[in-house]
Design a protein around this ligand. Structure first.
Ligand code: MLT
Length: 313
């Protein structure tokens, strides 16, 4: 009977590709994952839970489940899923680890270029029916030393792309060998050296207890005056108040920021800084990345519901 169809609970807006890829063998239900009481009620009947980054899948949510087999994250970062709590209940956690890496790298490049030329601020002057051509003076990326903090998949894609601008690349990543970095044309350095040498730097790290607050006031004080800072990874890797202070003092010349310590964010101190270019966590928000995330997690969910081993993407 149809009562046997497993229930897949979709808790956030996902690409239509997810529904197509899940097919008719499952019953799809929707809930707003940020509506806590609704989520707690709905997960009780779910066999699979699909989220993006806004739904907190913590111990309380997991405790409200009765037959959940899999939590699927339609994206990369798992910082909104309490993986140990899921594992303890025998719930599998899957993600789409390569779905949006190109989109994230491209967004970091876009933020760097937009910050270097103050594109949003200049755009705003025209929309205000003023012509302030002489108020804006940017810097070139060509010839500059660009630091990549975190040389994983996204950091490497960023590095490849920004290399085309004629840059010198340095990176900090304790998990990457100097030989591998050299193959990529990147010099591996300590974080301190990166901060001292970079004309601009970008972070591409997961948010963990070790990486949270990695770049604070002390680190920003070590940089070249006027450095450009980019974060399209996770809020809180760079201390938001410290960065806002450094932008205000001119120690940091400009910043391109996509992510915030707490999201949704409507009152970050960065929003008051004219030399900050800010976007609301859009790194993965492209048609291509969301399509891939949808199909990738759907595939993993179907495998998990069938009791099959889920391979790493
Ligand atoms: C991710 O970790 O994949 C990104 O934050 C994008 C998203 O939340 O969809």
């Amino acid at each position: 009977t149809s009562a046997a169809r497993p229930v897949v609970l979709i808790a956030e807006k996902l690409a239509p590709s997810v529904v197509d890829a899940l097919g008719s063998g499952v019953e799809i239900r929707h809930v707003d994952g940020t509506d806590r009481p609704a989520l707690l009620a709905a997960v009780a009947e779910a066999d699979a839970l699909l989220v993006r980054s806004a739904t907190q899948v913590d111990a309380e949510v997991l405790a409200a489940t009765t037959r959940l087999k899999v939590v699927a994250r339609a994206g990369v970062g798992l910082d909104n899923v309490e993986v140990p709590a899921a594992t303890a209940r025998g719930v599998m956690v899957v993600n789409a680890p390569t779905s949006n890496i190109v989109s994230a790298a491209e967004h970091a490049v876009a933020l760097l270029l937009a910050a270097a030329r103050q594109i949003p601020a200049a755009d705003a002057t025209l929309r205000a029916h003023t012509w302030k051509r002489s108020s804006f003076n940017g810097v070139e990326i060509s010839g500059k030393t660009i630091g990549v903090v975190g040389l994983g998949k996204i950091g490497q894609l960023f590095a490849q792309r920004i290399a085309a601008f004629g840059t010198t690349l340095i990176a900090y990543d304790p998990y990457v060998s100097a030989a591998r970095a050299a193959q990529l044309g990147i010099e591996l350095v300590t974080l301190d050296e990166l901060l001292r040498r970079a004309d601009a730097f970008t972070v591409h790290l997961p948010k963990t207890p070790e990486t949270k607050g990695l770049i604070g006031a002390e680190q920003l004080a070590m940089t070249k005056k006027g450095v450009i800072v980019v974060n399209a990874a996770r809020g809180g890797l760079i201390d938001e108040q410290a960065l806002a202070d450094a932008l205000a003092s001119g120690q940091v010349g400009a910043a391109g920021i996509d992510v915030y310590a707490s999201e949704p964010s409507t009152d970050s101190p960065l929003f008051a800084q004219p030399n900050a270019v800010v976007t609301p966590h859009l790194g993965a928000s492209t048609t291509e990345a969301q399509d891939r995330a949808g199909t990738d997690v759907a595939r993993s969910v179907l495998l998990a519901l069938a009791g099959d081993f889920v391979p790493d993407a």
